[in-house]
Design a protein around this ligand. Structure first.
Ligand code: DAH
Length: 368
């Protein structure tokens, strides 16, 4: 009895004196771990007679409960202290003078979108936009993704609740519906192609981890004209990627793929090489130490899509492509966690942000 109360007093004194979470964890293992003292005492209960157990059991159980409770209490206190220390070191001074001037800078996503607009403007593309709240027709059906198509499930769509007599609405899962809206508006206004547009913007999918956020950015490209071929597509993407990564040695690899809205479809990889252990975009991905990174989805616009928009696919052909703007920014500027893009943390922006005066121009180099 007295031995147990002495043990209890000693353990609790040690626990209360533990000044780090590591030290506390050491004490926990020493008492309650597989070979801990308290665990050892609990094991002796099995070998006792019922009478002996009735006498010695309660103080041993009490020892275990008291030690467990003391550890939990000390752990909470240490964690609270760590949090307080962090909050104190990270505090924002709300009394800073208002005349300090804006602290923000241009976000990497905005910068990359400006770079893309600049590059494609030079190739004769204009910028088109569409609504982020879309209907089924533009986001799926007109893009040759009918109701039963498995691609619908793959898009992890955010749907709005059904409303009596209303079209089913959703948050667009890609910028491809802007292809449809652009072709439709050409037809509606009696304008004839050529069409050359890019469509940057926000898209939404119910997905979240280090490389996926529920809202992210895509850019879409669409060209509709007569006699357009895969060669035009490849040249355009090569020219774009050379300007974007500011390197002449960009090597593309076109892989056959499948998208409902293009036929044939190709996924586009760019080669990278290892420089000081870092992946650097450029060079032949098949060279030793090199590899390929997927950067774009693309293809020749499916004739069913052209038809759905009211154009004659025997007369008009084209190509389309789509890619993630956030991912392009990560590749170009070496960021590794997509979630930081949307934290609104001024420290991140100070590190990765761009000056408002640093407007990308082709002649000056679209890089920062
Ligand atoms: N919309 C596709 C996606 O979000 C990307 C894409 C692939 C766009 C091929 C295109 C294309 O225009 O031709 O995954």
């Amino acid at each position: 009895m007295t031995e147990i109360s002495a043990l209890k007093a000693g353990l609790i004194a040690d626990i209360e004196a533990a000044d780090t979470l590591d030290a506390l964890e050491g004490l926990r293992v020493g008492a309650l771990g597989k070979n801990g003292v308290v665990t050892g005492l609990l094991k002796t209960l099995g070998g006792m007679s019922p009478e002996e157990r009735l006498e010695k059991g309660p103080p041993i159980q009490d020892l275990r409960e008291s030690v467990t409770a003391a550890i939990a209490e000390r752990k909470a206190a240490l964690e609270q202290a760590a949090l307080d220390a962090r909050l104190a070191s990270e505090k924002v001074d709300m009394t800073l003078p208002a005349d300090l001037g804006p602290q923000g800078s241009v976000h990497a996503v905005s910068q990359v979108m400006d770079e893309l607009a600049e590059i494609f403007a030079d190739l004769g593309f204009s910028v088109a936009t569409g609504p982020e709240i879309e209907d089924d027709w533009h986001n799926f059906t007109a893009l040759n993704i009918p109701e039963t198509h498995p691609a619908r499930a793959m898009h992890d769509t955010f749907y709005f609740p059904d409303e009596e007599g209303q079209k089913k609405m959703l948050l667009r899962t890609h910028t491809s519906p802007v292809q449809i809206r652009t072709m439709e508006s050409f037809v509606a206004s009696g304008q004839e192609p050529p069409i050359r547009i890019i469509a940057p913007g926000r898209v939404y999918r119910s997905d979240s981890d280090a490389t996926h956020t529920p809202m992210f950015h895509q850019i879409e490209g669409l060209v509709i004209d007569k006699g357009i071929t895969l060669g035009h597509l490849k040249w355009t993407l090569e020219t774009f990627l050379k300007a974007f990564f500011e390197r002449e040695d960009i090597v593309l690899r076109l892989r056959p793929s499948y998208f409902p809205f293009t036929e044939p479809s190709v996924e586009v990889d760019v080669g990278y090489t290892l420089t000081n252990g870092q992946r650097v975009i450029g060079g032949d991905g098949d060279a030793p130490g090199g590899g390929w990174l997927e950067v774009l989805g693309s293809g020749m616009v499916n004739r069913r899509v052209i038809e759905a928009c009211g154009l004659d696919p025997d007369e008009w052909q084209g190509f389309a492509f789509g890619t993630g703007v956030d991912r392009l920014a990560m590749l170009k500027y070496g960021m590794n966690d997509l979630r930081a893009f949307f934290d609104g943390d001024l420290r991140w922006l100070k590190h990765y942000g761009f000056s408002a005066l640093d407007v990308p121009t082709l002649s000056g180099g679209v890089g920062a």
